[in-house]
Structures are given as structure tokens and as C-alpha cells.
Design a protein around this ligand. Structure first.
Ligand code: UDP
Length: 481
């Protein structure tokens, strides 16, 4: 019987890509495995049509190039209220899929030896399904080791604090392996202990601690302190910590986007001087879109910075995520004309991984999504950290204070980032005489080399993945399907 691994990513392009890259790497170590990737079939409001179609092309390209990877599309779930807070929705959809997951795992087990079930933390509901079937279950944590430390430490914080993070304002929260995090910078999903999503997070933290192992998309040199705290068991003080495997950075390999678009912005980058362009792009989810006012502030800041820029612009929140932005209407009058010799504005979507690995890009203004961070690190591109949602405010603290690969953008009380603030940070990041910029440029360049070394034969991530793949290959555990 064939040896099989099942991977279960959650919704979100970043989560899917990281899981696919994991599948490809497992096959490098053991080409005889068959890999099945479960794909959630959702039509959430946060997934705009251009993202959905780009993801479908991506899946088709992977299937064509890698026959040992099969995608199993789970049936659509009806009646999910799309108005739910996004993380709650991301937990709920897999939960409603449990019967389908149960059936799919059983079907696979009839023809293969199921060696491991690797799930995203949002797919935590499947942990119990797998436990009932005695399938060894691992979590693939597609965010940072620092976020994982917070996650695993959440039950301890829950016990030690008597208030929600949202009521602790700027009180500093101490988590093993991390700089102190203001309570107001903790993930919005965990800010209210009476919420459903907080309960989901607590449950997943508890399950993760009981799983067979945790794979993390990071590498040892990047997050040394957080990884050490995790491995030393400091984040789960009340019990054993499962083995931690830092196997990253797993990022989208360039040119494998599955998208056969000829992106004009790449041609434009070819004509720009080395490391001269600042790239601005804020994730795939279409959550927390910028207001029209914020877009205008950004335009003024960029224009006044005098720097070359490549900027991905989306519409402010509307009923129709797919409507193309009307740049003439959104941006200040004459902006496009005045900046045409040094700026390029892309509507909706850019091939980010390729952009960040292009030699003309010298800085990145990012929402601090972990895949974006890793893509920047792999391109040796320093960042301005402008968090928008999920755990991104916490990522900003870690990127600025601990990893020292980013400068923080400061928003005003109402959340707006002024033109002057953006101009200041972009100048600091890009201008050669800026000391702050020099520090993050040097630091990220060292991290790029460390990332290359980590995934090479004998590197820390290569060794960790070889270890876990071997464990799966040789394990004798059999499911009760
Ligand atoms: N992305 C892209 N083009 C865009 C926006 C995003 O290719 O215009 C990709 C980006 O390269 C990354 C992923 O989408 O791989 C976003 O993942 P991340 O974890 O950074 O953020 P999320 O979208 O999950 O908030």
C-alpha cells in the first residue's frame, strides 16, 4: 500500500501556498509518498474574484507539474453567515466540514497507509476527527514562531490574567522568547475573552500542545529566542511541548504562480536602478481595505518622499470587491502624471514574490502578513511595518524590536497613517544616508543569506524536514479507519 500524507490548509492564499510548498518538500525527501491536499470550498466575502481565480490557476499549475500531489475539493458548505468576524469564519467553515473530512480520511485509508495528517491551526476542528481515527496529527503553523509562542502560551495568560487584552490597554504582556507586547497589540481575535473566536483559539492551543508535532514556517537564525523558548517548553508550562520542526522559509517559488499574465510591473522594474524602488502591498485577503482618505494620504506621502515606488491599490470598502479601482478618481488630481517617471501603480494584484526577488526593489511597505515577511527576507528587502489585521500588530513589535528587519509606521489614534508619517518612514528606509535604514538593510541582507543556508542540504530547516519526513516514512502507527 502507498504511504500517504494529507495536508489541510485553511482558507487564505498564504496558508495554501505554504502548505503546497510543504508538500513539494516532503516529496523531495521521500518521492514515494502520495500527498493529498484538502481544499476548502468557500465563497467568503473576503475572497475577491481575482484572488479566487488566481488561486484556481495556481492549483491547476501545481497539479500539472507535480502528479504526486492531488487536491481534494471539499464540498461547499451552505448557510455560513458571511458577516461573521473573519477569524471566526475561518474556524467555523472547517468545523462544518468535519463530516466531509472524516469521510475523506476514511476513503484515503482504504487505499493507502495514512502516515500523517497535517493541519492548519484554523482547521483545528479536524484534530478530534483524526484523534478518533487514530491518525497521527501535526499542525503546520504558517505564521511565525513568535506567534506560535503567543498561541501556546494563551491558556497560561488566560489563567494568570483576569481581564481581556482589550481592557488592559497598553499593559505589557510578557511571553517567553518575545519582547514585551502591549496588550493593545495582541491579535484582535484574542482581544475579548468572552468571544467565540477566543474560545476557538484557546481550544486550538490546547489541541496543538497534545499533537504529535508542530511544523513552523520559519528558520532558526531568524527567530532564535522564540524558537528556543518553544523548544525549552517555556510556552506550555503545564505539560510537555510536542516536538517543534522549523522548516522554513517556505515561500511561493517564483514563476510558479500559475498565473500566465505578463505583468507589466515586472517589465517596469527591469528598467529601474538596483534597489531603488519601494514596493507597497497589503496582503491577499481584502480585509481592512484602506479608506479613500487613507489612499490619498499614501499618494501624497509617496510623492513627497521623492522615491521610486510600485504600489498595489485596491478599492476602499465597497459592496463589490471585484470592481477595478478608478485611479483617477481615488488618487489626488495629477498624481499619476506627476509621478509617471518614478512610480507605477498596479490595480488589485501584483506577483509579489517575484517583485520582492527583483533586484530593483529596495524596500517594502507591508501589512506584516507572515508570508509577505518571509518573501521580503528571502529577497533581502527591508520593511516598513504597517499592520492591518490578525496578529500583524504583534508581528510589527517582533519585526522591529527583535528581528530588526523593519521600521514601524505610527498610526494616529483613529488608525490613519498620515502622508508625513509615510514619507518619513519611506525616506528612512530607502535613503542611503539614513542610519535607521542602514541598520535594517544590513540586518535583512544577513537574514537572506541565513535563509538560503537554512534550506540547503545540512541547513537547520533542511535537517528538520528530513527528520519529520523520515519519522512519517518509518512510523508503524496505523489508523483505525
Ligand atoms: N500576494 C500577491 N499579490 C498581491 C497580494 C498578495 O502575490 O497583490 C501574495 C503574497 O505574495 C503572499 C500572500 O499573497 O504570498 C499573502 O500572504 P500573507 O501571509 O502575507 O498575508 P495574508 O494575505 O494571509 O494576510
Amino acid at each position: 500500500m502507498e504511504k500517504a500524507i494529507v495536508l489541510y490548509p485553511s482558507e487564505g492564499r498564504g496558508h495554501l501556498i505554504a502548505m503546497v510548498e510543504l508538500g513539494k518538500l516532503i516529496l523531495k525527501h521521500h518521492p514515494s509518498f502520495s500527498i493529498t491536499i484538502f481544499v476548502l470550498n468557500t465563497h467568503s466575502a473576503s475572497t475577491a474574484q481575482h484572488v479566487a481565480s488566481s488561486t484556481a490557476q495556481y492549483i491547476a499549475a501545481i497539479e500539472a507539474a507535480t502528479p504526486s500531489i492531488t487536491f481534494l475539493h471539499l464540498p461547499p458548505i451552505s448557510g455560513v453567515p458571511s458577516t461573521l468576524f473573519p477569524p471566526e469564519l475561518m474556524y467555523l467553515v472547517p468545523r462544518l466540514n468535519n463530516p466531509n473530512v472524516h469521510q475523506a480520511l476514511q476513503t484515503i485509508s482504504h487505499t493507502s497507509k495514512l502516515k500523517a495528517f497535517v493541519i492548519d491551526f484554523f482547521c483545528d476542528a479536524a484534530f478530534e476527527v483524526a484523534a478518533n481515527l487514530s491518525i497521527p496529527t501535526y499542525y503546520f503553523f504558517t505564521s511565525s514562531a513568535s506567534s506560535l509562542a503567543v498561541f501556546l502560551y494563551l491558556p497560561t495568560l488566560h489563567k494568570n490574567l483576569d481581564k481581556s487584552f482589550k481592557d488592559l490597554n497598553h499593559m505589557l504582556i510578557d511571553i517567553p522568547g518575545l519582547p514585551s507586547i502591549p496588550a493593545s497589540d495582541m491579535s484582535k481575535a484574542t482581544s475579548d475573552r468572552s468571544s467565540k473566536v477566543y474560545e476557538y483559539f484557546l481550544d486550538s492551543a490546547t489541541h496543538m500542545a497534545k499533537s504529535n508535532g508542530l511544523l513552523v514556517n520559519t528558520f532558526e537564525l531568524l527567530e532564535r529566542n522564540a524558537i528556543k523558548a518553544l523548544s525549552d517548553g517555556l510556552c506550555v508550562p503545564d505539560g510537555p511541548t510536542p516536538p517543534i520542526f522549523c522548516i522554513g522559509p517556505l515561500i511561493l517559488s517564483c514563476n510558479q504562480d500559475g498565473d500566465d499574465h505578463q505583468y507589466e510591473c515586472l517589465n517596469w522594474l527591469n528598467s529601474q536602478p538596483s534597489r531603488s524602488v519601494v514596493f507597497l502591498c497589503f496582503g491577499s485577503m481584502g480585509l481592512e481595505l484602506f479608506s479613500a482618505k487613507q489612499l490619498r494620504e499614501m499618494a501624497v506621502g509617496l510623492e513627497n518622499s521623492g522615491q521610486r515606488f510600485l504600489w498595489v491599490v485596491r478599492n476602499p470598502p465597497t459592496d463589490n470587491n471585484d470592481k477595478e479601482p478608478d485611479l483617477d478618481e481615488l488618487l489626488p488630481q495629477g498624481f499619476l502624471e506627476r509621478t509617471k517617471d518614478r512610480g507605477f501603480v498596479v490595480k488589485q494584484w501584483a506577483p509579489q514574490a517575484e517583485v520582492l526577488s527583483h533586484g530593483s526593489v529596495g524596500g517594502f511597505v507591508t501589512h506584516c502578513g507572515w508570508n509577505s515577511v518571509l518573501e521580503a527576507v528571502c529577497g533581502g528587502v527591508p520593511m516598513v511595518a504597517w499592520p492591518l489585521y490578525a496578529e500583524q500588530k504583534m508581528n510589527r513589535v517582533v519585526l522591529v524590536k527583535e528581528l530588526k528587519v523593519a521600521l514601524a509606521v505610527n498610526e494616529s489614534e483613529d488608525g490613519l497613517v498620515s502622508a508625513a508619517e509615510l514619507e518619513k518612514r519611506v525616506r528612512e528606509l530607502m535613503e542611503s544616508e539614513s542610519e535607521a535604514g542602514k541598520e535594517v538593510r544590513e540586518r535583512v541582507s544577513g537574514m537572506r543569506d541565513a535563509a538560503v543556508a537554512a534550506v540547503k542540504g545540512g541547513g537547520s530547516s533542511h535537517v528538520a524536514l528530513a527528520k519529520v519526513a523520515e519519522l512519517w516514512f518509518t512510523s508503524t502507527s496505523t489508523s483505525t479507519c
